[in-house]
Write a protein that binds this ligand. Sequence first.
Ligand code: NAP
Length: 363
Amino acid sequence: MASVIFIDPSSAAAVVHRLPFTRFSNGLISLRRLVGPLHVCSPTPTLPRTLSLRSPRSSRLVTASMATEPSAKVIDGKAVAKQIREEIGAEVSKLKEAIGVVPGLAVILVGDRKDSATYVRNKKKACESVGINSFEVHLPDDSSEEEVLKFISDFNGDPSVHGILVQLPLPSHINEQNILNAVTIEKDVDGFHPLNIGRLAMRGREPLFVTCTPKGCIELLLRYGVDIKGKRAVVIGRSNIVGMPAALLLQREDATVTIVHSRTKNPEEITRQADIIISAVGQPNMVRGSWIKPGAVIIDVGINPVEDASSPRGYRLVGDVCYDEVCKIAAAVTPVPGGVGPMTIAMLLSNTLSSAKRAYNIK
Ligand code: NAP
């Protein structure tokens, strides 16, 4: 079938549509070709296994020994993201009461892509749900780079705006780097500015913002009480928006990190040594049970549509990780959907709130 579907992974309930002949990937969204069924891997209900994991809602430590019926704990990104949104909502109210400031997120959309418009609408809704103001600029497809830069410059100087997000992809005549570099790092809530990424990579330096999806991955590990310090971590994928910053974040948490990419000779062997795996590849069910060390914790960032005749839509979403195989071996794993995806937008809201607090020197 000559069609592809697009997904906004930032949405808790992944928004999926069919589009003719479109393919791209940027931080929050990704278009993938519909892929035929490679291996049947579907989420199944699970129980805790080998690691000690802290419940994200309480400080209770859930310790489980190796079970005879092995099954991994599900790392529930949807529930954690909901909890984070509630926390953000409460902080936004406090900020308003204390100093009369409401955090604001500006989103610039150029062109008429329906998928981009959907993502912008979702971000707007998410802002509303926590009391963050959203400002939207929608420019025509033939807008010049200068026009876009002018809006960025205005938002950079607007004290009611604490975060600026330029929805990608931009029309081809606009230089994406010029646009992203123009967002002041103090409002770079997507964390794409080279200065923020550079600071993330440097010891002793702090980025003002960390890219939302990798930040969401680490937040899941931390909220589930997964011990990262001194552990062996493997990140599969090295993109600027997911794999690379995820590896830097794990290193900052004192993991010993290896990055696997498309030219890696023995990915299975390397991945099998990992206590923690973050996979951001975009290949359905690539990471098989045989790649997993017993008791590993797995964060599956991949969102891949595969054909499924039994689904009313004719496809379903799977991760990079073959869920039904790894859940028998791993200690914990994120499902797809409902794992990392909902965390991405929660981190965007969190970055916007942090930015507003920083602007008023509030801890
Ligand atoms: P990307 O820019 O296409 O990067 C993919 C990475 O995977 C590249 O570094 C590539 O290696 C590596 N790779 C490709 N094939 C491989 C293979 N066979 N073995 C090992 N590594 C391989 O993709 P992305 O934007 O990082 O996104 C990755 C996945 O995450 C996609 O499924 C996307 O939809 C999803 N995603 C989800 C969220 C979310 O919120 N949940 C957000 C963003 C993306 P090279 O560098 O060598 O080419």
